[in-house]
Design a protein around this ligand. Sequence first.
Ligand code: SF4
Length: 239
Amino acid sequence: MAKFIIDGKKIEAENGATVLDAARENGIEIPTLCTHDEVGSAGACRLCVVEVKQGNRAKIVASCLYPAEDGIAVDTKSERVMAVRRLVLQLLLARCPGSGLIQDLAEQMGVKPEPRFTADTDKGKCILCRLCVRTCEQVVGVSAIGFSFRGADKTVGTPFHENSQVCIGCGACAYICPTGHIEMETTKTGDSRTIWGRTFKMATCKVCGRYFAPEDQLKYISRTAGVPLENLAVCISCR
Ligand code: SF4
């Protein structure tokens, strides 16, 4: 057990816990956009910065990666912390001016677009949190998407932004995306879904007859889990 302090409150945390884990356990809110229970933390968005003091030293760290250690004192809202968070939001706002989530966070923190950051960096609503990439790799097990280019030009997508032959159209990447950057469209009848530029035929539930999952996704589950395809032909509601 590590014993330490967050915002003046004495905290005990399990060995291996991060400062963010410990804060959440104790009802202390720290904003983050790139942490999710299913895929863990990546230190990508930097919104979760906190100030850690040990003896005479103080440093700004990403709380999602920093271990909860004995004897440290953590400040989640110091002036330094808030200044870094505002700067992070300025950069996110410059990159994703059309994201409602970023706009809301910026408004809550009194951050307005600044001309020095409003270069030609608009990349839709992608904040480079990597949640979609990690979900596809760690949860779905497919690794159909990744990042291309560097710096301000960095974008997420399929290799060479061409139709991926390994993508199964499950939509997990779109569901987990915090800003709604990933577009997934389903036809009115529900018979097909388009994501990452590829259209997937949907399978019907053999009980209720509704379209419920891409055929490619069911084939993938059948292949990897060793379950006969016919056993997967029933939607969750009818199981
Ligand atoms: S839709 Fe494709 S890219 Fe997105 S999580 Fe599923 S397999 Fe990966």
